[in-house]
Design a protein around this ligand. Structure first.
Ligand code: ADP
Ligand code: MG
Ligand code: ZN
Length: 610
């Protein structure tokens, strides 16, 4: 590996030396004579003769067509040059004037100074210029000018400062990683029984679930050198450099064994090689090198490779075969208990009131990742500071959940009374439909304060416990709830607004999944009509059926949404007086809790309304 690197270096030095020599020659041939010329005054032949007669010339150099002579005047000497005129007496005249040294070449400069000017100065200038250029370039191109030097950072225990206690939840992942840490601590225990530990483990999961954090915690626990590099750092300006970096990384790791090598975002280099024209050659070379290196080293030596990705399906199958990344460690989105403990881990770092109900916050954040929960805790602390408080309260946390879900409150948004009314009826429509169906989650909060995300109001529903399955009834109830907002607008104002676009999107997505993936429609049996392509990043799906089936799917989706919409409208028109009462109340208060909502809904109709 060093061969290639030093070859590269040699080439660069040769080029540098050539440029230097060229410039020095240029300097001597063009610049110096020009400088010299400036020191010599041009004059005419009669001036020369006059000075000769006056006896002030001390030296003269006779060239083919010019005469250069030195005139001394009051101690100053000045060089002159004149055109040589055909003058047979010249030599005699010079000879008569005994003091003139007319055969010698005039030494009109200090030899040391001229040497410095001609040779040293240009080289010094070149070196300065080279350094400035290199610095500018390496700034622009990151470390790629380091010519194949790996910039894997070595982490040791004190540096990451993270241990398994910083990672909440993720018990399965921690257990799998603990085994690796144990192997690095006592390799003999495993060698005695003849067990080989996996060479590589791949951490997979959605963004923000703590994959990088887990790897750092392993470094903290393992007490061995920890090399960390991100996949994108292998992708270089110069072809071949990525592969050189891989070689370098593994060489370093082998020297430091036992140790851990962590490659974050491995999908940047580990994508499937598709062999298509115009494919990324550089990436494929890097990947090939990685595969070779993984096969090349001795598993018993104690080099363990960890990698993290949120796109495992895009990885090259060769990476995943036994002997390479043969162990897969999932880092899933946290469940209710996981969310609660993540909130607690992060709340330790901030000052909170003693009686915070983390379970309530965890219930309100179904589907949030560890990174989002960490963000929620931090937002709560920021809010406390903004309000001039010393500690974080429950309401700080509750408000910051909404900030993370829907953005900040837009306090100065100007919304007309008419529009506010529509929004209030819309939100109560959602809440009322939810409350009147037995299969939907309880209403937690309703608000019509607009948010920076563009939401003009929203209804928050929070399940009591953790749900892992969704029944067909619950799915239908959810779609009906989503259509509740538009249904209320239709019933009360007899018109349609754009406010329901987000509801429509969500309802369609769910209804579509019911038909194509969950087998919950009337027209199709348990047939997979769509396959999920990007499990951890949004879960996009692509159709896998004939065009005729596709149009049938569209019909099914439409009929599911349509019947749910009808059901919502019926529920609302049956409870029209409650709809009016609740909407007026919300319009007045702007934000109401689930309890306030249920109180009004459950109290006996007031005499006036009967
Ligand atoms: P990714 O899976 O995308 O690599 P990170 O490991 O970078 O996610 O997580 C980002 C941040 O989220 C972490 O620095 C940490 O603060 C927080 N976090 C994520 N998961 C957890 C967890 N299980 N316990 C505690 N904090 C977590
Ligand atoms: Mg990461
Ligand atoms: Zn809505």
């Amino acid at each position: 590996m060093n061969e290639q690197r030093s070859n590269n270096n040699k080439k660069n030095y040769v080029i540098f030396a050539l440029i230097c020599v060229g410039l020095v020659i240029l300097f001597n041939a063009v610049l110096l004579p020009a400088v010299k010329k400036a020191q010599i005054k041009e004059t005419n032949y009669s001036f020369f003769l006059k000075q000769l007669e006056a006896g002030t010339i001390t030296q003269a150099e006779i060239k083919d067509d010019t005469i250069v002579f030195e005139v001394e005047d009051d101690g100053d000497s000045q060089l002159y040059s004149t055109v040589k005129i055909e003058d047979p007496d010249l030599v005699n005249r010079l000879h008569d004037n005994g003091q003139i040294d007319f055969t010698g070449k005039i030494e009109h400069e200090n030899p040391i100074v001229s040497f410095l000017f001609a040779w040293v100065l240009p080289i010094v200038l070149m070196i300065v210029l080279w350094n400035v250029l290199m610095r500018g370039m390496s700034k622009r191109m990151g470390n790629s000018m380091a010519f194949g030097k790996s910039n894997a950072k070595i982490y040791v225990k004190a540096q990451t400062g993270k241990t398994f206690s910083d990672v909440a939840g993720q018990d399965e992942a921690k257990e799998a990683l603990e085994e690796i840490v144990d192997f690095l601590h006592n390799p003999d225990k495993y060698a005695e029984i003849g067990a080989n530990l996996p060479k590589g483990a791949l951490l997979v999961g959605p963004p923000g679930t703590g994959k990088t954090l887990l790897a750092q915690a392993v470094a903290g626990e393992a007490n061995v050198p920890f090399f960390s590099i991100s996949g994108s750092e292998f992708v270089e300006m110069f072809v071949g450099m990525g592969a050189a970096k891989v070689r370098d990384l593994f060489k370093q790791a082998n020297e430091k064994a036992p140790c851990i090598v962590f490659i974050d975002e491995i999908d940047t280099i580990g994508k499937k090689r598709d062999g298509q024209l115009g494919g990324n050659d550089e990436r494929e070379q890097t990947l090939n090198q990685l595969l070779t290196e993984m096969d090349g080293f001795d598993g018993k030596k104690g080099v363990v490779i960890l990698a993290a990705t949120n796109r495992p399906e895009s990885l090259d199958p060769a990476l995943l075969r036994p002997g390479r990344f043969d162990r897969r460690i999932p880092a899933e989105l946290p469940d209710l208990a996981g969310r609660e403990s993540i909130l607690k881990v992060h709340a330790v770092k901030i000052k909170t009131e003693p009686d915070i109900d983390f379970n309530a916050i965890a219930r309100a954040t179904a589907g949030a990742s560890g990174a989002e929960l960490a963000n929620i805790v931090n937002e709560a602390a920021l809010r406390a500071v903004r309000n001039g408080r010393q500690t974080v309260t429950q309401s700080d946390l509750e408000e910051s959940v909404e900030v993370v879900i829907a953005g900040y409150q837009r306090k100065n948004a100007v919304i007309s009374q008419k529009e506010k009314e529509i929004i209030a009826y819309h939100e109560i429509g959602h809440a009322l439909v939810a409350a009147k169906q037995k299969d939907s989650a309880p209403v937690h909060k309703i608000t019509i304060i607009p948010r920076t995300s563009g939401a003009l109001g929203y209804t928050m529903q929070v399940d009591e416990g953790e749900k892992f399955l969704l029944t067909k009834e619950e799915a239908l109830a959810r779609i009906a709830t989503l259509t509740g907002g538009r249904s209320a607008e239709e019933l009360i104002f007899g018109t349609y607004t754009t406010g329901a676009s987000n509801d429509i999107e969500k309802a369609t997505k769910l209804a579509r999944a019911m038909v194509t993936r969950y087998g919950m429609s009337n027209g199709f049996d348990m047939v997979a009509l769509e396959t999920v392509t990007n499990q951890y990043l949004g879960g996009d799906a692509s159709l896998a059926c004939s065009p005729e089936t596709a149009s049938k799917i569209d019909e099914e989706v439409n009929s599911i949404v349509h019947s749910s919409h009808e059901k919502a409208k019926k529920l609302l028109s049956d409870n029209l007086d409650k709809l009016h009462e609740l909407a007026k109340y919300l319009l007045d208060k702007e934000t109401i809790t689930g309890e306030e909502f249920m109180d009004i809904l459950n109290k006996d109709p007031s005499p006036a309304a009967v």
